[in-house]
Design a protein around this ligand. Structure first.
Ligand SMILES: NC(=O)c1ccc[n+]([C@@H]2O[C@H](COP(=O)([O-])OP(=O)(O)OC[C@H]3O[C@@H](n4cnc5c(N)ncnc54)[C@H](O)[C@@H]3O)[C@@H](O)[C@H]2O)c1
Length: 325
């Protein structure tokens, strides 16, 4: 039996954006896949192409009894379920960014211990870091200490990371903690109230090309975007290679200013769209990108999809989603 074939694997949040791609990949690896999701943000549609090949639990994982029942007989857990949203959500929703996630993370680890789960992967986030004053905001894993994240969402991730380490130290649950930096791609939420910068610009380019793109800030804030299939590859390798709950960054090395990103999307859409910069709204941290030294060393891997390719694929998907032909 290989690492994956025939293993009983639970993906919490498996109906969501990253989760649905991970589920597909695990089915390709011939694992027996279980999904637990309350469909608060996840969609049945994301699982539809392979739904008859998996076991689906519709449950609220903030309740311990549900975490206990979905982890029975499971070998590995990918714990992705979290209360997440776009930047407006992250800045405003203090309690919702914190409490449901802390409950889920704590209960899932306790359930994993009770049911002798062998391996546990926790999806942490770039939001555990806080902006440094220097020009270089290329975050190394150790930069999260001492912790001072901007949001309660970031604090929930920090507490989740600590919980993984504690369960590893006290109960030897093999654990991987992966700090994902800005994933994008097919199945990401296109709802304007929730969406991140890429889906939000794609939606505008497809549905409202006559309107301007409004970008929060001066457009110079820089990010590195990770295509979702690369993100899944990184999660798979992390589960295989990391067991000690020491955090690892998972991010692209292709850094781009948001103004340049907007230009790329306008080019792909082949439309004439003006860009306006709104300096009064939330801007997010000036530059967020991962130091990927540890990722490359431990996983012996780097993301493979260029931003141009990933954006083209995501644009085509979003067009099919938004335009009923
Ligand atoms: N997308 C990114 O760029 C990114 C970056 C950093 C970290 N992450 C982390 O990766 C994970 C997956 O993110 P995503 O972008 O796919 O988000 P997503 O919102 O698409 O997926 C989260 C899933 O969790 C489910 N969920 C939420 N509350 C639940 C509950 N109480 N019980 C059961 N299920 C519940 C939602 O329905 C959803 O399907 C999250 O932990 C997120 O914090 C994502």
């Amino acid at each position: 039996m290989t690492f994956w074939k025939g293993k009983r694997i639970l993906v919490t949040g498996g109906a969501g954006f990253i989760g649905s791609h991970l589920v597909k990949k695990l089915l390709d690896l011939e694992s027996e896949v279980y999904v637990a999701d309350n469909f608060s943000r996840g969609k049945r549609k994301n699982l539809e192409p392979f739904i008859d090949r998996l076991h689906l639990y519709t449950v609220d994982l903030t309740k311990l009894e549900n975490c206990l029942s979905v982890t029975k007989g499971i070998d590995y857990v990918f714990h992705l379920a979290a209360s997440v949203g776009g930047i407006l959500y992250i800045v405003k929703e203090n309690v919702d960014g914190l409490v449901p996630s802390v409950l889920m993370n704590t209960h899932m680890l306790e359930a994993a211990r009770t049911n002798d789960v062998e391996r546990f992967l926790f999806t942490s986030s770039a939001c555990v870091y806080s902006e440094k004053k220097s020009k270089l905001n290329i975050f190394r894993e150790k930069d999260a200490n001492p912790a001072n994240p901007l949001t309660t969402y970031g604090w929930a991730k920090i507490i989740g990371e600590i919980a993984c380490k504690a369960y590893y130290l006290d109960y030897r649950i093999k654990s991987s903690v992966v700090r994902i930096f800005s994933a994008y791609g097919e199945n990401e939420n296109l709802d304007p109230r929730w969406s991140h910068v890429i889906p939000s610009l794609l939606r505008k380019a497809i549905l409202y090309p006559k309107e301007q793109f409004t970008i929060f800030g001066n457009g110079q804030q820089q990010r590195a975007f990770l295509y979702v299939q690369d993100c899944v590859e990184g999660l798979i390798l992390s589960m295989e290679k990391i067991t000690d709950a020491e955090p690892i960054n998972l991010g692209s090395e292709e850094v781009i200013a948001i103004s340049e990103l907007a230009k790329k999307i306008i080019n792909i859409s082949d439309k004439h769209i003006q860009v306006r910069y709104n300096l009064s709204g939330p801007q997010g941290t000036h530059r967020y990108c991962a130091d990927t030294t540890k990722m490359k060393k431990i996983l012996k891997w780097s993301p493979e999809t260029s931003l141009d390719d990933g954006l083209k694929r995501t644009y085509e998907w979003a067009r099919r989603e938004l335009i009923v032909e």
